[in-house]
Design a binder for this molecule. Structure first.
Ligand SMILES: Nc1nc2c(ncn2[C@@H]2O[C@H](COP(=O)(O)OP(=O)(O)OP(=O)(O)O)[C@@H](O)[C@H]2O)c(=O)[nH]1
Ligand SMILES: [Mg+2]
Length: 246
């Protein structure tokens, strides 16, 4: 199945070229869309050089500044939906998400899943090189989102995902209010509520070796606010049967 991989970038000069070359070398029909937010370190120029080298396989969206991960995904989704890929994946640029798992995710989606998550928290999945506070934060965010929102997936904050095209076509992208990391929770909430089938494949999540993290403390507060807002919405819907979208 033709697959587009969206990679949001902000200051990923050390990673982006190697990642794109690895992605293009994977089996299957894969192309990429890099969404760069005017990275001061020149990531955008490296991405442009890759797009020039592979005009039919690498596209770059340049945005004017650091506008946030959520809107970067949405910009990538819209560009991908203008093309003809049947599957649209997202992943970080920093090698925390192993590119070699993509064929397995694609195969699982092709075998009848609507969203496949590259997951740290299913048997066989693990986290390597992260500090205990970072692990605790991820674990806490997941537990909180799963309990309050009833999310069934185990890794609800993972940015490593493959969506079937129809899922994104039907997703209420205009209604998603969160723009940071909690965008991922909000998106998963809508996907599950619309009745799509979500699967997970185990990954080894490795802490980034190059470049720096963009997570800030305010993301924690924003995630708490997002989950609380969605919990309020869920309470309204509880008891009402929502017809599946597929
Ligand atoms: N376009 C765009 N990309 C972003 C933005 N913030 C982060 N990114 C990218 O999103 C991906 C995830 O960011 P990271 O800083 O690795 O965050 P993380 O993986 O959740 O946290 P770490 O475990 O600390 O690495 C990376 O590819 C970043 O370059 C943003 O505002 N705009
Ligand atoms: Mg990272």
């Amino acid at each position: 199945m033709k697959t587009t991989v969206i990679v949001p970038t902000y200051n990923e000069r050390e990673n982006i070229e190697r990642l794109v070359r690895l992605l293009l070398g994977l089996p299957g029909e894969i192309n990429t869309i890099i969404v760069d937010d005017g990275s001061p370190d020149g990531t955008g120029a490296i991405a442009d050089a890759l797009a020039e080298e592979y005009p039919s396989r690498v596209e770059v969206i340049h945005r004017s500044g650091k506008l946030g991960l959520g809107t970067a995904y949405i910009a990538g989704f819209r560009r991908a939906l203008a093309g003809d890929s049947g599957l649209i994946c997202t992943m970080d640029a920093d090698f925390s998400h192993p590119p070699a798992t993509i064929p397995e995710m694609v195969a699982k989606a092709a075998a009848s899943y609507d969203l496949v998550i590259g997951s740290r928290y299913v048997p066989g999945g693990r986290t390597v090189g992260c500090t205990p506070p970072r692990i605790a934060l991820s674990w806490g965010a997941n537990a909180f989102a799963r309990v309050l929102l009833g999310l069934r997936a185990h890794d609800t904050t993972a940015g490593f995902r493959c969506y079937r095209r129809a899922v994104l076509e039907k997703a209420p992208l205009d209604q998603i209010l969160s723009n940071g990391y909690s965008f991922l929770i909000e998106m998963l909430y809508h996907v599950q509520r619309q009745g799509w089938k979500v699967g997970e494949v185990p990954i080894t999540f490795e802490n980034r070796r190059e470049g720096t993290s963009k997570i800030s403390k305010s993301e924690i507060t924003k995630a708490l606010a997002t989950v609380s807002r969605l919990f309020g919405q869920r309470l309204k819907y509880l008891g009402r049967k929502v017809p599946p979208a597929c």
